[in-house]
Design a protein around this ligand. Structure first.
Ligand code: HAM
Length: 435
């Protein structure tokens, strides 16, 4: 057999294997997601990774559906999609129980999502994403709650205000500019929205060129708006209009309320679009301020019309999605991830096979006392068993031979210091727990 006949040990392109150390990080990240969401009273839900492809048509936006989903026919000729995002699913679930569910609904989930993307730093084909969504709040208090939750998450990971900014914009304002002020036809409107969405990824010249190519001589008005240095300058370029003024007030009020809560890093940013068609109001994105990693970490917004496609009365909704990949990168770069610890804190090594039944019995007793313990099963030399416990980061060992079986007296060794303590076997659990 040549080497070419062996199967590859690589995972599928763009997905990850989680070795124990990766899994520990994943658990750390998701435990903070859970604890923070629940501290705001959000309840956990879940659903299948499989959805009828129908669900995403006319919701998520063309790019996601046409270019980024894993879609296939099942054996019954039904078109199925591996969920690329959770928002259509949660909207479907809320719509299904629209009449029964007490409002407001505060739900969270940490689903794995699949997108057929070109794998690169921060972008993979499978990621896990915390989704927090609040249904039934039509006013800005809902936005303020959702953004505060996003902010508290960042703090719970040990990040400070200077480490990130929260960029806020309003789809109402952007839609007014595109539809009413510039009067762009629908297809051009969508195209320019996509160009603005990609602004941070383009050079200034490339960006200006794409804008001019898309909207011709109207480019001057749009560029002046997009290049405004602050909110007041931006507003000064806009005509007077009652609806627009309401939208402007909303953005101001959200930023002010957040400031009152001590969130000082939320700013208006007219270049923030977010790629989904379903957003109807405020949109936001949390951005890393580290010069080496200037990128969006996560985001969301208001989507008040999504339930209508299920034939039920619409329900105002605000939410966000936070991926596990980008946050892991940020915490790794800043040294904020916890050190890996083996779950076992005690290794029982076998000095003589005569000790095996006693060792197993001892392990069972201490496990029932809540101590995580392994019994060496290799029958290697005692020195090698101890070395292997040390390599695996297990802090304590105890060796069982004929003497221990007879006397019930044990010598517990702390590997880091080499210190040995002699104790009776019934005191083992208490001793290890105490340390
Ligand atoms: P999104 O901006 O597409 O929004 O994704 C939210 C976050 O998920 C991103 O900012 C990023 O952290 C992570 N993410 C997305 N795609 C990938 C990928 N290919 N690899 C790694 N991480 C990724 C949504 O999905 C909306 N449904 C969020 C939402 C919930 N809006 C309202 N409620």
């Amino acid at each position: 057999m040549t080497n070419n006949n062996f199967q590859s040990t690589e995972p599928y392109k763009g997905v990850r294997d989680f070795y124990p150390e990766d899994m520990a990080i994943f658990r750390y990240i998701t435990e903070i997601m859970r604890a923070t969401s629940e501290s705001f009273g959000y309840e956990e839900y879940n659903a299948s990774v499989l959805e009828p492809s129908e669900l995403y048509r006319g919701k998520s936006g063309d790019e996601i559906v046409n270019e980024q989903t894993y879609t296939f026919k099942d054996r019954g000729d039904r078109e199925v999609t591996l969920r690329p995002e959770m928002t259509p699913t949660v909207a479907r679930m809320v719509a299904a129980k629209r009449k029964q569910i007490p409002l407001p609904v505060r739900w969270y989930s940490i689903p794995n999502l699949f997108r057929y993307e070109q794998p690169q730093r921060g972008r993979l084909r499978e990621h896990w994403q915390l989704n927090c969504d609040l249904f039934g709040g039509k006013d800005i208090e809902a936005e303020v709650e959702i953004i505060s939750l996003a902010y508290e998450l960042m703090r719970a990971y040990g990040l400070q205000d200077k480490d990130f900014i929260i960029r806020i914009n309003s789809r109402k304002i952007m839609n007014f500019i595109i539809n009413d002020y510039l009067r762009l036809p629908d297809d051009i409107g969508r195209k320019i929205a996509r160009i603005i969405d990609k602004k941070t990824k383009l050079s200034d010249d490339e960006f200006k060129k794409s804008v001019t190519e898309a909207i011709g001589e109207k480019d001057e008005i749009l560029l002046a708006l997009l290049e405004s240095k602050n909110f007041d300058e931006f507003v000064s370029h806009l005509p007077k209009n009652a609806e627009l003024e309401d939208a402007i007030k909303e953005v101001k009020a959200v930023i002010e309320s957040l400031e009152q809560l001590g969130v000082t890093n939320a700013i208006f940013d007219q270049t923030l679009m977010r790629g989904f068609d379903y957003y109807t109001g405020m949109v936001f994105e949390v951005f890393d301020t580290n010069p080496k990693n200037r990128r969006a970490l996560f985001g969301g917004g208001r989507y008040d019309k999504l339930l209508e496609s299920f034939g039920v009365e619409s329900l105002p909704a605000v939410g966000f999605g936070m991926g596990d990949v980008t946050i892991r990168d940020v915490l790794e770069v800043r040294g904020l991830l916890p050190k890996y610890k083996n779950p076992a804190c005690l290794a029982i090594c076998i000095a003589d096979p005569i000790g095996i039944p006693y060792a197993n019995d001892l392990a069972q007793k201490v496990r029932r006392d809540g101590v995580n313990v392994i019994v060496d099963v290799t029958k290697r030399k005692l020195g090698d068993q101890i070395k292997s416990a040390d390599k695996n980061g297990i802090p304590y060992v105890v060796c069982i031979g004929e003497d221990e079986v007879k006397s019930g007296t044990l010598k517990v060794k702390k590997l880091a210091s080499g210190i040995e303590t002699i104790i009776a076997d019934e005191k083992l659990s208490a001793f290890v727990k105490e340390k």
